[in-house]
Design a protein around this ligand. Sequence first.
Ligand SMILES: Nc1nc2c(ncn2[C@@H]2O[C@H](COP(=O)(O)OP(=O)(O)OP(=O)(O)O)[C@@H](O)[C@H]2O)c(=O)[nH]1
Ligand SMILES: [Zn+2]
Length: 308
Amino acid sequence: MTQRLETKTGRIVKAIAGFYYCMADGVLYECRGRGAFRKNEITPLAGDLVEFFPGEEQKGGTVTAILPRKNELVRPPVANLDQLFLVISICDPVPNMQVIDKMITVCEYKHIEPVLIVTKIDLADASSFCRVYEQAGFQVLSLSNEEPQHLDTIRQMMAGKISAFAGNTGVGKSSLLNNLFPSLCVDTGEISQKLGRGRHTTRHVTLYDAGGGGFIADTPGFGTMEIGQYELIRKEELAGCFREFSPYEGACRFVGCSHTAEKGCAVREAVADGVIDKHRYESYCAFYEQAKQLKDWEIKKMKKPLRR
Ligand SMILES: Nc1nc2c(ncn2[C@@H]2O[C@H](COP(=O)(O)OP(=O)(O)OP(=O)(O)O)[C@@H](O)[C@H]2O)c(=O)[nH]1
Ligand SMILES: [Zn+2]
């Protein structure tokens, strides 16, 4: 009698060319998607928790169901990202707060916890920069890759979660990943991109084992701070993406206050009092202006409802 194959639950660690590589109990299964997925325009993503029939000898399996997603990004295509480490160098290149704030805003919107890692503190004092983000309510770790601190802390933070690292070129992201995972780094997307491999293939995400049940999501798309460009946020939703505004929710004189120009605005008062950082607030105002220009159809086109 042939053994009946049971459905398994696993995590897609790589999705490429219609193949889904599902990890379950430390074993990797090569699967295809159910026909119904294509018909209903459902695309399984790296990071998805799925049910699948394993097939014979870890090949020829079928993904039968995608479990509810916490979030999804379109570019890079990944689901269920828990945290994003934003790697920022204090000098060479100097931080661009608006770019950083854009990334943080998208993270907040997607329920991805942003964590700031400030590098090159052997070259310049980062304390006032770090304070801005600490006061806003973020975890900030500062280090020098020459003599890296906090590596254990970062590894522990990754346990049991899906994490990714974002940073512009030259900030020390490769150095940091090498320090964190000396053996892993050789085949990460960043590196393969540098070698010129995969440049012409569709960008895809691979989840690597980060120990402790955690994964690191790697793709050339995280190399720069670009995910901010691909997510549209309505102006009404923006204040909710600035966590240091939350104590003032409902405290403004006018209902639906945009916090940009109104009299009796509690957020603006907090900025004037120095409780909310002026630069962070300037980022908010700049994003608000951009969001005001968005047309409804642009938002509808970009925002497909999340399947739950
Ligand atoms: N002094 C100092 N130099 C650093 C530090 N981190 C990185 N560097 C140097 O900065 C340069 C860029 O570092 P990378 O790790 O290659 O930076 P990256 O962010 O991966 O940038 P790309 O390689 O361009 O993607 C290298 O010359 C590193 O040696 C640091 O904490 N302190
Ligand atoms: Zn207000």
